[in-house]
Write a protein that binds this ligand. Sequence first.
Ligand SMILES: Nc1ncnc2c1ncn2[C@@H]1O[C@H](COP(=O)(O)OP(=O)(O)O)[C@@H](O)[C@H]1O
Ligand SMILES: [Mg+2]
Length: 508
Amino acid sequence: MAIKIGTVFNFLQLPDVSQFPFVISKRNDDTFIQKGLFVYTYSNEGFLIGIIERIALLNEYFTDALTIKAYNNNNNPNILKGLFPSEDFEFAIGIVKCLGIIKFEDDSEREIKKILRMTYPASPGRDVYILEEILLNQFIGFSREDGLEVGKVKVCTMDAKINMNRLLNKHFAILSISGGGKSYLTSVLIEELLTRDEEYGTPAIILFDVHGEYLYLKQTPELQDRVRIQDVSYFQIAVPKMSAYSFKKYQEDISPVQVRELSKYIKKLRKRDDKKGHYAISDIINQIEDESDGNKSTRQALIGWLSDLERLTLFGSQENPTLDKIIEKQKITIFNLQKEISIRKKQIILDYICDRLFKLRRMDKIPPFLLIVEEAHQFCPEAAHSKAISKPIIEMIAREGRKFMACLCLISQRPKRLSTTALSQCNSKMVLNIKNPYDLKHLMDSSEAITKEYATMISSLGVGEMLLMGNAVNYPVFIDIRERRYKSVTDKISLSQVCLSWDKKQLN
Ligand SMILES: Nc1ncnc2c1ncn2[C@@H]1O[C@H](COP(=O)(O)OP(=O)(O)O)[C@@H](O)[C@H]1O
Ligand SMILES: [Mg+2]
């Protein structure tokens, strides 16, 4: 049953093509008309969908300042209300922003075929109804069956079930101030992906956990079979897989001459029977030391650079973990970077893993994956702010990953510091509260869907509220993010509790 909530009328030169006003009828049930509600009416073009953008209350009795002054004086402050039935004359009007004309599959008006732009205003006198969920779902582009349920659409309290294919098809970004709820939202998304019906098909997830916030997933009985934590203290880059050029990537001061020299040594080392293709940086150094020909200073410099790399303890004769063995569909691999403080080391780790993942994916040796990068501005910064070893590979996946079903999720509290190339490829955006005007402006520049009005709303979002926009939906929607199903232990611990238990530790 369509719920009628009012009638289109003429007000302040409206309706026009983009807006129409309507008088909100008084209703006896508890239907509450609010800003943000999706409604529809019929125009000459057909079924017209819109969203209530503004609500105004009017009362003829209180329009004239002089009358109010004359009747209401200090002795009788409310005489106007007592003398006249003024309350009966209060009426509310809603201003609706038109969103599109709907064409249906058939006359039953249940299956949306396509959405067209309006070219003609709504007709005064026509009824206005609340848009039913079944249509709203299709209009926004949610997937009722197999969508990722992240919460409820604001105001209409309909389940927000993001279509996974649309979300992961073109990369996405999660942006907000620090403490805005990015990691929380990411956990909600991970929960949804890991617990999806297997028949629907779900990619592998790889996550770089900078603060150890996701380790709790392994402690959750319902999920632990699908979670693998990879401590990066055991991480090793396979030196035999590195070309001389990749050494330059990690040690950028190596000169071109030195790179050429290095590649000669590597070639010799590879040919050596006793090594069988297994060698570490120390072996390269030995190889250089053993040789007597070649420029001495070049060799000395190379040994210096290589020793410096060796000290990072990131390089070995074999890869650890063996990525093609551990990446599985609908399972998450969490690289725990919590204990690693050197930003250079973190970037090298990220760079190597991303590079390998992308290669393996292109060769179809691992399933399609979703790569989640927390604190993305540290790993893929805009050039003006800093340099990062991992930037080129992230930008490459951002540009080309889509063709190979390698999806990126970039999470950042400083969108302005994030590489524009990478951010602009993140077609869908989940925006939580952002206060910084520079970040807001950057966001407005990077996506045309964010108008000034949205920017104002973004800056006043509360914790647990987000704006979802871009490829994942046909129309930007505000969503109340649901609570996590599985709780993190750290969530419940307060500062004072930590102080208390710390005290006890000292006593014991
Ligand atoms: N949807 C939500 N529901 C309830 N609490 C939330 C929600 N989103 C965030 N929070 C709370 O806000 C705090 C900050 O969230 P977090 O995800 O760590 O922020 P960020 O990663 O953006 O810095 C957390 O302690 C979390 O409990
Ligand atoms: Mg966080």
